[in-house]
Design a protein around this ligand. Structure first.
Ligand SMILES: [Zn+2]
Length: 596
Protein backbone atom coordinates (compact mmCIF):
# COMPACT_ATOMS: atom_id res chain seq x y z
CA UNK A 1 0.00 0.00 0.00
CA UNK A 2 1.36 3.41 -0.93
CA UNK A 3 1.71 5.71 2.06
CA UNK A 4 2.07 9.47 2.21
CA UNK A 5 5.17 10.37 4.20
CA UNK A 6 6.14 13.89 5.18
CA UNK A 7 9.84 14.25 5.97
CA UNK A 8 10.09 17.51 7.89
CA UNK A 9 13.74 18.50 8.21
CA UNK A 10 15.00 21.09 10.71
CA UNK A 11 15.51 24.54 9.17
CA UNK A 12 19.19 25.55 9.14
CA UNK A 13 19.71 29.04 10.50
CA UNK A 14 20.98 31.49 7.87
CA UNK A 15 23.54 33.40 9.95
CA UNK A 16 26.56 31.60 8.48
CA UNK A 17 27.66 28.52 6.58
CA UNK A 18 26.69 25.16 8.13
CA UNK A 19 29.29 22.77 9.55
CA UNK A 20 29.32 18.99 9.47
CA UNK A 21 27.86 18.80 13.00
CA UNK A 22 24.69 20.45 11.70
CA UNK A 23 24.25 18.15 8.73
CA UNK A 24 24.95 15.04 10.80
CA UNK A 25 21.98 15.86 13.03
CA UNK A 26 19.23 16.82 10.60
CA UNK A 27 20.61 16.43 7.06
CA UNK A 28 21.93 12.98 6.29
CA UNK A 29 19.47 11.01 8.51
CA UNK A 30 16.42 12.69 6.94
CA UNK A 31 17.75 12.07 3.45
CA UNK A 32 18.53 8.39 4.07
CA UNK A 33 14.99 8.00 5.41
CA UNK A 34 13.35 9.80 2.47
CA UNK A 35 15.35 7.97 -0.19
CA UNK A 36 14.46 4.64 1.39
CA UNK A 37 10.76 5.53 1.57
CA UNK A 38 10.71 6.59 -2.09
CA UNK A 39 12.45 3.33 -3.11
CA UNK A 40 9.84 1.41 -1.09
CA UNK A 41 7.14 2.99 -3.27
CA UNK A 42 5.80 5.58 -0.84
CA UNK A 43 4.88 9.18 -1.69
CA UNK A 44 7.44 11.30 0.11
CA UNK A 45 7.29 15.05 0.63
CA UNK A 46 10.61 16.23 2.06
CA UNK A 47 10.60 19.92 2.94
CA UNK A 48 12.74 22.49 4.71
CA UNK A 49 14.43 25.82 4.10
CA UNK A 50 16.60 28.43 5.72
CA UNK A 51 15.36 30.00 8.95
CA UNK A 52 16.02 33.70 8.41
CA UNK A 53 14.42 35.61 11.26
CA UNK A 54 15.47 36.31 14.84
CA UNK A 55 18.13 38.24 16.64
CA UNK A 56 21.27 36.31 15.64
CA UNK A 57 20.61 37.33 12.01
CA UNK A 58 20.48 40.98 13.09
CA UNK A 59 23.62 40.66 15.19
CA UNK A 60 25.56 38.94 12.41
CA UNK A 61 24.32 41.48 9.83
CA UNK A 62 25.57 44.29 12.03
CA UNK A 63 28.97 42.59 12.33
CA UNK A 64 29.21 42.18 8.56
CA UNK A 65 27.92 45.70 7.85
CA UNK A 66 24.94 44.57 5.76
CA UNK A 67 21.17 44.53 6.21
CA UNK A 68 19.41 41.50 7.68
CA UNK A 69 17.90 40.82 4.27
CA UNK A 70 21.30 40.92 2.55
CA UNK A 71 22.75 38.59 5.15
CA UNK A 72 19.85 36.14 4.79
CA UNK A 73 20.16 36.25 0.98
CA UNK A 74 23.86 35.48 1.20
CA UNK A 75 23.68 32.52 3.58
CA UNK A 76 20.49 31.13 2.08
CA UNK A 77 22.47 30.68 -1.15
CA UNK A 78 25.53 29.22 0.61
CA UNK A 79 23.41 26.72 2.55
CA UNK A 80 21.39 25.72 -0.53
CA UNK A 81 24.64 24.91 -2.37
CA UNK A 82 26.01 22.92 0.58
CA UNK A 83 22.91 20.79 1.07
CA UNK A 84 22.57 20.12 -2.66
CA UNK A 85 26.25 19.16 -2.78
CA UNK A 86 25.66 16.62 -0.06
CA UNK A 87 22.86 15.13 -2.16
CA UNK A 88 19.99 15.92 0.23
CA UNK A 89 16.90 15.14 -1.83
CA UNK A 90 14.45 17.84 -0.77
CA UNK A 91 11.19 18.08 -2.67
CA UNK A 92 11.41 21.72 -1.71
CA UNK A 93 14.07 23.56 0.24
CA UNK A 94 12.92 27.17 0.50
CA UNK A 95 13.23 30.00 3.05
CA UNK A 96 11.20 31.79 5.71
CA UNK A 97 11.35 35.26 4.14
CA UNK A 98 8.86 34.46 1.36
CA UNK A 99 5.43 36.07 1.13
CA UNK A 100 3.90 32.60 1.16
CA UNK A 101 5.57 31.82 4.49
CA UNK A 102 4.43 35.14 5.98
CA UNK A 103 0.84 34.45 4.91
CA UNK A 104 0.83 30.92 6.35
CA UNK A 105 2.45 31.98 9.65
CA UNK A 106 -0.08 34.80 10.00
CA UNK A 107 -3.01 32.45 9.26
CA UNK A 108 -1.85 30.19 12.10
CA UNK A 109 -1.44 33.13 14.48
CA UNK A 110 -4.86 34.58 13.62
CA UNK A 111 -6.64 31.26 14.12
CA UNK A 112 -4.82 30.55 17.40
CA UNK A 113 -5.82 34.03 18.52
CA UNK A 114 -9.44 33.59 17.42
CA UNK A 115 -9.61 30.23 19.23
CA UNK A 116 -8.35 31.88 22.41
CA UNK A 117 -4.90 30.32 22.60
CA UNK A 118 -2.95 33.56 22.11
CA UNK A 119 -3.27 35.63 25.26
CA UNK A 120 -2.07 39.21 25.56
CA UNK A 121 0.00 39.95 28.61
CA UNK A 122 2.12 42.73 29.98
CA UNK A 123 5.59 41.45 30.63
CA UNK A 124 9.07 42.61 31.39
CA UNK A 125 11.36 43.13 28.41
CA UNK A 126 15.08 43.72 28.74
CA UNK A 127 16.79 46.80 27.38
CA UNK A 128 20.44 47.69 27.38
CA UNK A 129 20.88 50.62 29.84
CA UNK A 130 23.80 52.04 27.84
CA UNK A 131 22.14 52.04 24.40
CA UNK A 132 18.44 51.99 25.30
CA UNK A 133 17.90 49.22 22.74
CA UNK A 134 15.96 46.01 23.22
CA UNK A 135 18.15 43.21 24.45
CA UNK A 136 16.92 39.95 22.97
CA UNK A 137 16.43 36.94 25.21
CA UNK A 138 19.26 34.86 23.87
CA UNK A 139 21.70 37.71 24.41
CA UNK A 140 21.04 37.60 28.12
CA UNK A 141 22.98 35.08 30.15
CA UNK A 142 22.69 34.03 33.77
CA UNK A 143 22.28 31.12 36.15
CA UNK A 144 19.50 28.66 35.35
CA UNK A 145 16.87 28.77 38.16
CA UNK A 146 16.05 25.09 37.52
CA UNK A 147 19.41 23.32 37.33
CA UNK A 148 21.89 25.98 38.44
CA UNK A 149 23.86 25.95 35.16
CA UNK A 150 25.82 29.22 35.19
CA UNK A 151 25.64 30.01 31.44
CA UNK A 152 21.92 29.60 30.71
CA UNK A 153 20.49 31.88 28.02
CA UNK A 154 17.44 34.07 28.39
CA UNK A 155 15.37 31.83 26.11
CA UNK A 156 16.60 28.37 27.02
CA UNK A 157 18.99 26.49 29.27
CA UNK A 158 21.32 24.35 27.16
CA UNK A 159 22.12 22.20 30.16
CA UNK A 160 18.65 21.05 31.27
CA UNK A 161 16.79 21.96 28.07
CA UNK A 162 14.08 23.99 29.79
CA UNK A 163 12.68 27.09 28.15
CA UNK A 164 13.24 30.20 30.18
CA UNK A 165 12.31 33.83 30.31
CA UNK A 166 15.16 36.29 30.86
CA UNK A 167 13.54 37.46 34.09
CA UNK A 168 13.89 33.87 35.43
CA UNK A 169 17.69 34.03 35.26
CA UNK A 170 19.69 34.54 38.43
CA UNK A 171 22.30 37.32 38.00
CA UNK A 172 21.33 38.22 34.42
CA UNK A 173 23.90 39.99 32.26
CA UNK A 174 24.24 41.01 28.61
CA UNK A 175 26.28 38.65 26.47
CA UNK A 176 27.16 41.59 24.24
CA UNK A 177 28.82 43.85 26.80
CA UNK A 178 28.35 42.23 30.20
CA UNK A 179 26.12 44.95 31.65
CA UNK A 180 23.09 44.15 33.79
CA UNK A 181 19.96 44.54 31.65
CA UNK A 182 17.12 46.82 32.67
CA UNK A 183 13.64 45.28 32.52
CA UNK A 184 10.79 47.49 31.29
CA UNK A 185 7.08 46.75 30.73
CA UNK A 186 6.02 45.62 27.26
CA UNK A 187 2.96 43.92 25.70
CA UNK A 188 3.19 40.48 24.13
CA UNK A 189 1.11 37.55 22.96
CA UNK A 190 1.63 34.27 24.75
CA UNK A 191 0.73 30.80 23.51
CA UNK A 192 -1.53 29.40 26.22
CA UNK A 193 0.32 26.14 26.78
CA UNK A 194 -1.55 25.29 30.02
CA UNK A 195 -4.82 25.29 28.03
CA UNK A 196 -3.22 22.83 25.60
CA UNK A 197 -1.43 20.69 28.19
CA UNK A 198 -4.07 17.99 28.45
CA UNK A 199 -4.38 17.59 24.69
CA UNK A 200 -0.58 17.56 24.38
CA UNK A 201 -0.26 14.94 27.10
CA UNK A 202 -2.90 12.64 25.58
CA UNK A 203 -1.18 12.86 22.23
CA UNK A 204 2.31 12.23 23.66
CA UNK A 205 1.03 9.17 25.56
CA UNK A 206 0.25 7.56 22.20
CA UNK A 207 3.79 8.12 20.85
CA UNK A 208 5.20 4.92 22.34
CA UNK A 209 7.49 4.03 19.43
CA UNK A 210 9.61 7.21 19.65
CA UNK A 211 13.25 6.94 20.64
CA UNK A 212 12.99 6.55 24.45
CA UNK A 213 15.14 9.61 25.25
CA UNK A 214 12.98 11.87 23.06
CA UNK A 215 9.70 10.64 24.53
CA UNK A 216 10.95 10.89 28.12
CA UNK A 217 12.26 14.41 27.56
CA UNK A 218 9.00 15.47 25.93
CA UNK A 219 6.80 14.03 28.68
CA UNK A 220 8.95 15.76 31.31
CA UNK A 221 8.29 19.11 29.63
CA UNK A 222 4.59 18.74 30.45
CA UNK A 223 5.21 18.99 34.18
CA UNK A 224 5.70 22.72 34.23
CA UNK A 225 3.90 24.31 31.30
CA UNK A 226 3.60 28.07 31.33
CA UNK A 227 2.30 30.46 28.67
CA UNK A 228 5.12 31.13 26.23
CA UNK A 229 5.70 34.50 24.51
CA UNK A 230 5.20 34.24 20.75
CA UNK A 231 5.91 37.86 19.86
CA UNK A 232 9.07 39.88 20.31
CA UNK A 233 10.29 43.46 20.49
CA UNK A 234 12.29 43.29 17.30
CA UNK A 235 12.03 44.90 13.85
CA UNK A 236 12.94 41.84 11.75
CA UNK A 237 10.41 39.05 11.30
CA UNK A 238 6.81 38.29 10.41
CA UNK A 239 4.43 41.16 11.39
CA UNK A 240 1.82 40.35 14.04
CA UNK A 241 -1.45 40.15 12.04
CA UNK A 242 -3.75 42.06 14.38
CA UNK A 243 -5.11 45.57 14.32
CA UNK A 244 -2.85 47.91 16.23
CA UNK A 245 0.06 45.48 15.93
CA UNK A 246 0.41 44.88 12.20
CA UNK A 247 1.91 48.27 11.44
CA UNK A 248 4.08 48.46 14.53
CA UNK A 249 7.62 48.08 13.16
CA UNK A 250 8.99 46.95 16.52
CA UNK A 251 6.69 43.98 17.17
CA UNK A 252 7.22 40.74 15.29
CA UNK A 253 6.32 37.06 15.66
CA UNK A 254 8.89 35.07 17.64
CA UNK A 255 11.31 33.34 15.27
CA UNK A 256 10.51 29.88 16.64
CA UNK A 257 6.76 30.47 16.26
CA UNK A 258 7.21 31.01 12.54
CA UNK A 259 10.14 28.61 11.91
CA UNK A 260 8.15 25.47 12.80
CA UNK A 261 5.28 26.69 10.60
CA UNK A 262 7.83 26.46 7.77
CA UNK A 263 7.07 22.74 7.40
CA UNK A 264 3.51 23.63 6.45
CA UNK A 265 4.31 26.74 4.39
CA UNK A 266 7.00 24.87 2.42
CA UNK A 267 4.50 22.08 1.68
CA UNK A 268 2.00 24.68 0.44
CA UNK A 269 4.70 26.37 -1.68
CA UNK A 270 5.73 22.98 -3.10
CA UNK A 271 2.12 22.23 -4.10
CA UNK A 272 1.76 25.61 -5.78
CA UNK A 273 5.02 25.17 -7.68
CA UNK A 274 4.01 21.67 -8.82
CA UNK A 275 0.79 23.06 -10.32
CA UNK A 276 -1.59 21.34 -7.88
CA UNK A 277 -2.26 23.93 -5.18
CA UNK A 278 -4.14 21.50 -2.91
CA UNK A 279 -1.68 18.60 -3.20
CA UNK A 280 -0.13 19.39 0.23
CA UNK A 281 -3.35 18.27 1.91
CA UNK A 282 -2.57 14.61 1.14
CA UNK A 283 0.18 14.90 3.79
CA UNK A 284 -1.29 17.44 6.20
CA UNK A 285 -5.03 16.80 6.26
CA UNK A 286 -4.89 13.03 5.84
CA UNK A 287 -5.04 10.93 9.04
CA UNK A 288 -3.50 8.00 7.12
CA UNK A 289 -0.37 10.01 6.28
CA UNK A 290 2.76 9.91 8.47
CA UNK A 291 5.12 12.75 9.34
CA UNK A 292 8.69 12.41 10.61
CA UNK A 293 10.58 15.42 11.99
CA UNK A 294 14.40 15.29 11.96
CA UNK A 295 16.56 17.54 14.14
CA UNK A 296 19.34 17.82 16.71
CA UNK A 297 18.41 17.30 20.36
CA UNK A 298 18.55 21.02 21.21
CA UNK A 299 15.37 21.48 19.14
CA UNK A 300 13.18 18.74 20.61
CA UNK A 301 11.12 21.19 22.68
CA UNK A 302 10.00 23.09 19.62
CA UNK A 303 8.90 19.94 17.78
CA UNK A 304 7.38 17.85 20.56
CA UNK A 305 5.74 20.74 22.41
CA UNK A 306 5.54 24.16 20.68
CA UNK A 307 4.65 22.92 17.18
CA UNK A 308 2.11 20.31 18.32
CA UNK A 309 0.60 22.94 20.65
CA UNK A 310 0.29 25.39 17.75
CA UNK A 311 -1.42 22.66 15.70
CA UNK A 312 -3.78 21.60 18.50
CA UNK A 313 -4.78 25.21 19.13
CA UNK A 314 -5.22 25.82 15.40
CA UNK A 315 -7.44 22.75 15.19
CA UNK A 316 -9.45 23.96 18.20
CA UNK A 317 -8.55 20.90 20.25
CA UNK A 318 -7.41 22.45 23.54
CA UNK A 319 -9.32 23.20 26.75
CA UNK A 320 -10.79 26.36 25.20
CA UNK A 321 -12.22 24.53 22.19
CA UNK A 322 -12.44 26.40 18.87
CA UNK A 323 -12.61 25.54 15.20
CA UNK A 324 -9.87 24.99 12.60
CA UNK A 325 -8.83 27.83 10.31
CA UNK A 326 -8.92 27.92 6.51
CA UNK A 327 -6.51 24.96 6.11
CA UNK A 328 -8.82 22.58 7.98
CA UNK A 329 -7.68 20.12 10.66
CA UNK A 330 -3.88 19.65 10.46
CA UNK A 331 -2.17 16.42 11.51
CA UNK A 332 0.33 16.33 14.38
CA UNK A 333 3.82 14.77 14.06
CA UNK A 334 3.92 10.99 13.83
CA UNK A 335 7.46 10.95 15.17
CA UNK A 336 10.09 13.41 16.34
CA UNK A 337 13.43 11.84 15.38
CA UNK A 338 16.17 13.62 17.24
CA UNK A 339 19.92 13.13 16.98
CA UNK A 340 22.49 13.83 19.65
CA UNK A 341 25.55 16.05 19.15
CA UNK A 342 28.66 15.56 17.05
CA UNK A 343 31.88 16.88 18.53
CA UNK A 344 35.10 17.49 16.64
CA UNK A 345 38.40 15.95 17.76
CA UNK A 346 36.97 15.90 21.31
CA UNK A 347 35.76 19.51 21.32
CA UNK A 348 32.43 21.25 20.81
CA UNK A 349 32.04 22.80 17.35
CA UNK A 350 32.76 26.51 17.46
CA UNK A 351 33.16 28.86 14.52
CA UNK A 352 34.81 31.52 16.66
CA UNK A 353 37.37 29.10 18.11
CA UNK A 354 37.88 27.53 14.68
CA UNK A 355 36.81 24.09 15.89
CA UNK A 356 34.75 23.65 12.77
CA UNK A 357 34.62 22.02 9.35
CA UNK A 358 32.21 23.74 7.02
CA UNK A 359 30.27 21.55 4.62
CA UNK A 360 31.60 23.39 1.55
CA UNK A 361 35.23 23.02 2.68
CA UNK A 362 34.66 19.35 3.30
CA UNK A 363 33.04 18.78 -0.09
CA UNK A 364 35.85 20.66 -1.85
CA UNK A 365 38.31 17.99 -0.68
CA UNK A 366 36.28 14.78 -0.19
CA UNK A 367 33.35 13.01 -1.81
CA UNK A 368 29.87 13.58 -0.44
CA UNK A 369 29.35 9.83 -0.04
CA UNK A 370 32.44 9.53 2.17
CA UNK A 371 30.93 12.04 4.61
CA UNK A 372 27.46 10.49 4.32
CA UNK A 373 28.99 7.11 5.12
CA UNK A 374 30.79 8.41 8.19
CA UNK A 375 27.69 10.17 9.51
CA UNK A 376 25.47 7.11 9.00
CA UNK A 377 28.02 4.66 10.40
CA UNK A 378 29.46 6.70 13.24
CA UNK A 379 27.23 9.75 13.66
CA UNK A 380 25.37 10.90 16.78
CA UNK A 381 22.24 8.81 16.21
CA UNK A 382 21.51 7.93 19.84
CA UNK A 383 24.51 9.33 21.73
CA UNK A 384 27.00 12.14 21.39
CA UNK A 385 29.86 11.08 19.15
CA UNK A 386 33.17 12.51 18.09
CA UNK A 387 34.38 13.21 14.57
CA UNK A 388 38.10 12.63 14.19
CA UNK A 389 40.02 12.79 10.95
CA UNK A 390 41.83 9.54 11.68
CA UNK A 391 38.52 7.73 12.23
CA UNK A 392 37.07 9.32 9.09
CA UNK A 393 40.09 8.10 7.12
CA UNK A 394 39.97 4.64 8.72
CA UNK A 395 36.30 4.09 7.91
CA UNK A 396 36.76 5.42 4.39
CA UNK A 397 39.75 3.20 3.68
CA UNK A 398 38.82 0.03 5.60
CA UNK A 399 35.07 -0.05 5.05
CA UNK A 400 34.22 1.93 1.91
CA UNK A 401 37.35 1.27 -0.16
CA UNK A 402 38.54 -2.14 1.11
CA UNK A 403 35.04 -3.47 1.82
CA UNK A 404 32.34 -2.26 -0.54
CA UNK A 405 34.64 -0.74 -3.20
CA UNK A 406 36.72 -3.89 -3.35
CA UNK A 407 33.67 -6.12 -3.81
CA UNK A 408 32.39 -3.93 -6.66
CA UNK A 409 35.77 -3.61 -8.28
CA UNK A 410 36.93 -7.20 -8.26
CA UNK A 411 33.64 -8.79 -9.24
CA UNK A 412 33.00 -6.44 -12.15
CA UNK A 413 36.61 -6.44 -13.37
CA UNK A 414 36.84 -10.27 -13.34
CA UNK A 415 33.58 -10.58 -15.26
CA UNK A 416 34.60 -7.85 -17.71
CA UNK A 417 38.00 -9.41 -18.31
CA UNK A 418 36.90 -13.05 -18.62
CA UNK A 419 33.43 -12.76 -20.13
CA UNK A 420 32.95 -9.11 -21.16
CA UNK A 421 29.38 -9.34 -19.90
CA UNK A 422 27.26 -10.55 -17.02
CA UNK A 423 27.99 -14.31 -17.20
CA UNK A 424 25.44 -17.11 -17.55
CA UNK A 425 25.30 -19.15 -14.35
CA UNK A 426 25.34 -22.96 -14.21
CA UNK A 427 23.86 -24.99 -11.36
CA UNK A 428 24.05 -23.12 -8.04
CA UNK A 429 25.90 -24.69 -5.14
CA UNK A 430 24.78 -24.32 -1.55
CA UNK A 431 27.32 -21.53 -1.01
CA UNK A 432 25.92 -19.58 -4.00
CA UNK A 433 22.32 -20.02 -2.92
CA UNK A 434 23.09 -19.09 0.68
CA UNK A 435 24.75 -15.82 -0.31
CA UNK A 436 21.96 -14.93 -2.75
CA UNK A 437 19.35 -15.63 -0.06
CA UNK A 438 21.27 -13.50 2.44
CA UNK A 439 21.33 -10.42 0.22
CA UNK A 440 17.72 -10.86 -0.86
CA UNK A 441 16.59 -11.21 2.75
CA UNK A 442 18.45 -8.02 3.68
CA UNK A 443 15.78 -5.93 1.94
CA UNK A 444 13.38 -7.02 4.67
CA UNK A 445 15.68 -6.64 7.66
CA UNK A 446 17.40 -3.42 6.53
CA UNK A 447 14.09 -1.92 5.40
CA UNK A 448 12.53 -2.60 8.81
CA UNK A 449 15.46 -0.81 10.49
CA UNK A 450 15.23 2.20 8.14
CA UNK A 451 11.49 2.37 8.72
CA UNK A 452 12.30 2.97 12.40
CA UNK A 453 15.13 5.45 11.67
CA UNK A 454 17.76 3.01 12.97
CA UNK A 455 20.30 4.11 10.40
CA UNK A 456 23.45 2.83 12.06
CA UNK A 457 22.03 -0.67 12.46
CA UNK A 458 20.66 -0.62 8.90
CA UNK A 459 24.04 0.32 7.46
CA UNK A 460 25.81 -2.23 9.68
CA UNK A 461 23.48 -4.97 8.45
CA UNK A 462 24.15 -4.05 4.81
CA UNK A 463 27.90 -3.92 5.33
CA UNK A 464 27.65 -7.37 6.91
CA UNK A 465 26.24 -8.66 3.60
CA UNK A 466 29.12 -6.92 1.79
CA UNK A 467 31.54 -8.68 4.15
CA UNK A 468 29.95 -12.07 3.47
CA UNK A 469 30.17 -11.49 -0.27
CA UNK A 470 33.86 -10.60 0.02
CA UNK A 471 34.44 -13.76 2.06
CA UNK A 472 32.52 -15.79 -0.52
CA UNK A 473 34.77 -14.50 -3.30
CA UNK A 474 37.90 -15.29 -1.31
CA UNK A 475 36.61 -18.80 -0.51
CA UNK A 476 35.53 -19.55 -4.07
CA UNK A 477 38.61 -17.90 -5.64
CA UNK A 478 37.19 -17.59 -9.16
CA UNK A 479 40.51 -16.08 -10.32
CA UNK A 480 42.10 -19.50 -9.89
CA UNK A 481 39.55 -21.25 -12.15
CA UNK A 482 41.50 -21.23 -15.38
CA UNK A 483 40.88 -24.66 -16.96
CA UNK A 484 38.11 -24.96 -19.51
CA UNK A 485 36.46 -27.48 -17.20
CA UNK A 486 36.20 -24.74 -14.54
CA UNK A 487 34.71 -22.03 -16.74
CA UNK A 488 31.11 -22.82 -15.91
CA UNK A 489 31.83 -22.77 -12.18
CA UNK A 490 33.79 -19.51 -12.49
CA UNK A 491 30.90 -17.90 -14.36
CA UNK A 492 28.44 -19.09 -11.73
CA UNK A 493 30.54 -17.56 -8.96
CA UNK A 494 30.89 -14.25 -10.85
CA UNK A 495 27.18 -14.19 -11.64
CA UNK A 496 26.40 -14.75 -7.95
CA UNK A 497 28.81 -12.01 -6.89
CA UNK A 498 27.38 -9.54 -9.43
CA UNK A 499 23.82 -10.23 -8.30
CA UNK A 500 24.87 -9.48 -4.73
CA UNK A 501 26.68 -6.32 -5.89
CA UNK A 502 23.46 -5.21 -7.55
CA UNK A 503 21.47 -5.98 -4.39
CA UNK A 504 23.94 -4.14 -2.15
CA UNK A 505 23.96 -1.20 -4.55
CA UNK A 506 20.21 -0.90 -3.95
CA UNK A 507 20.53 -1.47 -0.18
CA UNK A 508 23.20 1.24 0.04
CA UNK A 509 21.45 3.77 -2.23
CA UNK A 510 19.78 5.70 0.63
CA UNK A 511 23.21 6.14 2.26
CA UNK A 512 25.47 6.43 -0.79
CA UNK A 513 23.36 7.72 -3.68
CA UNK A 514 26.21 9.16 -5.76
CA UNK A 515 28.28 5.97 -5.80
CA UNK A 516 25.13 3.88 -6.34
CA UNK A 517 24.58 5.76 -9.61
CA UNK A 518 28.20 5.03 -10.65
CA UNK A 519 27.86 1.33 -9.81
CA UNK A 520 24.58 1.21 -11.73
CA UNK A 521 26.55 2.37 -14.79
CA UNK A 522 29.48 0.02 -14.10
CA UNK A 523 26.97 -2.83 -14.18
CA UNK A 524 26.14 -1.82 -17.74
CA UNK A 525 22.87 -0.06 -16.99
CA UNK A 526 21.78 3.33 -18.25
CA UNK A 527 19.52 6.12 -17.05
CA UNK A 528 19.04 7.62 -13.62
CA UNK A 529 19.23 5.16 -10.76
CA UNK A 530 19.15 7.50 -7.76
CA UNK A 531 17.61 10.91 -8.39
CA UNK A 532 19.72 13.88 -7.41
CA UNK A 533 18.63 17.26 -6.07
CA UNK A 534 19.15 20.37 -8.19
CA UNK A 535 19.42 24.05 -7.37
CA UNK A 536 16.76 25.96 -9.29
CA UNK A 537 16.18 29.71 -9.38
CA UNK A 538 12.58 30.60 -8.75
CA UNK A 539 10.64 33.85 -8.75
CA UNK A 540 8.10 35.00 -6.26
CA UNK A 541 5.33 37.22 -7.61
CA UNK A 542 6.34 40.73 -6.66
CA UNK A 543 9.38 39.43 -4.81
CA UNK A 544 13.01 38.65 -5.57
CA UNK A 545 14.41 35.51 -7.21
CA UNK A 546 15.81 32.94 -4.85
CA UNK A 547 17.37 29.49 -5.15
CA UNK A 548 15.48 26.39 -4.06
CA UNK A 549 16.43 22.71 -3.98
CA UNK A 550 14.11 20.39 -5.87
CA UNK A 551 14.46 17.17 -7.88
CA UNK A 552 12.64 14.79 -10.22
CA UNK A 553 12.98 11.84 -7.89
CA UNK A 554 9.94 9.99 -9.21
CA UNK A 555 11.79 9.46 -12.51
CA UNK A 556 14.62 7.52 -10.81
CA UNK A 557 14.73 3.73 -11.25
CA UNK A 558 15.83 2.88 -7.70
CA UNK A 559 13.51 0.35 -6.01
CA UNK A 560 13.77 -1.37 -2.64
CA UNK A 561 13.92 -4.93 -3.96
CA UNK A 562 16.34 -7.48 -5.39
CA UNK A 563 16.06 -7.43 -9.19
CA UNK A 564 17.52 -10.29 -11.26
CA UNK A 565 20.57 -9.01 -13.15
CA UNK A 566 20.40 -9.31 -16.92
CA UNK A 567 22.64 -12.12 -18.15
CA UNK A 568 24.68 -11.14 -21.22
CA UNK A 569 24.65 -7.39 -20.56
CA UNK A 570 28.07 -6.05 -21.64
CA UNK A 571 30.53 -4.98 -18.92
CA UNK A 572 33.63 -2.82 -19.26
CA UNK A 573 36.60 -2.81 -16.84
CA UNK A 574 35.54 -0.60 -13.91
CA UNK A 575 37.12 2.55 -12.53
CA UNK A 576 37.45 2.67 -8.74
CA UNK A 577 34.31 4.13 -7.16
CA UNK A 578 35.84 5.29 -3.87
CA UNK A 579 39.12 7.11 -3.19
CA UNK A 580 41.64 5.84 -0.67
CA UNK A 581 42.82 8.61 1.65
CA UNK A 582 46.49 9.07 2.36
CA UNK A 583 47.74 9.14 5.93
CA UNK A 584 48.94 12.71 5.46
CA UNK A 585 45.38 14.12 5.30
CA UNK A 586 44.96 13.61 9.05
CA UNK A 587 47.81 15.94 9.94
CA UNK A 588 46.88 18.44 7.21
CA UNK A 589 43.30 18.68 8.41
CA UNK A 590 44.23 19.01 12.07
CA UNK A 591 46.66 21.75 11.02
CA UNK A 592 43.81 23.57 9.27
CA UNK A 593 41.73 23.34 12.44
CA UNK A 594 44.43 24.92 14.51
CA UNK A 595 44.74 27.71 11.97
CA UNK A 596 48.51 27.17 11.81
ZN1 LIG B 1 18.99 24.52 33.43
Amino acid sequence: MTRHILTAVAWPYANGPRHIGHVSGFGVPSDVFSRYQRMAGNKVLMVSGTDEHGTPILVQAEQEGVTARELADRYNRVIVDDLQGLGLSYDLFTRTTTRNHYAVAQELFKTLHRNGYMIEKTTKGAISPSTGRTLPDRYIEGTCPICGYPSARGDQCDNCGNQLDPTDLIDPRSRINGEVPKFVETEHFFLDLPALAEALGSWLQTRTDWRPNVLKFSLNLLDDLKPRAMTRDIDWGVPVPLEGWENNPNKRLYVWFDAVIGYLSASIEWARRSGEPDAWKSWWCNPEASSFYFMGKDNITFHSQIWPAELLGYNGLGAKGGTPGEYGTLELPTEVVSSEFLTMEGKKFSSSRRVVIYVNDFLSRYDADALRYFIAAAGPETQDTDFTWSEFRRRNNDELVAGWGNLVNRSISMAAKNVGAIPTPGTLTEADATLLDTSKAAFGTVGALLERSRFKAALGETMRVVGEANKYLSDQAPWAMKDSAQVERRDTVLYTALQVVDDCKALLTPFLPHSAQKIHELLGETGTWSGEPEVREVTEIGGPDYPVIQGDYAAAQARWASRPIEVGRPLAPPKPVFKKLDESIVEEEIGRLEGE
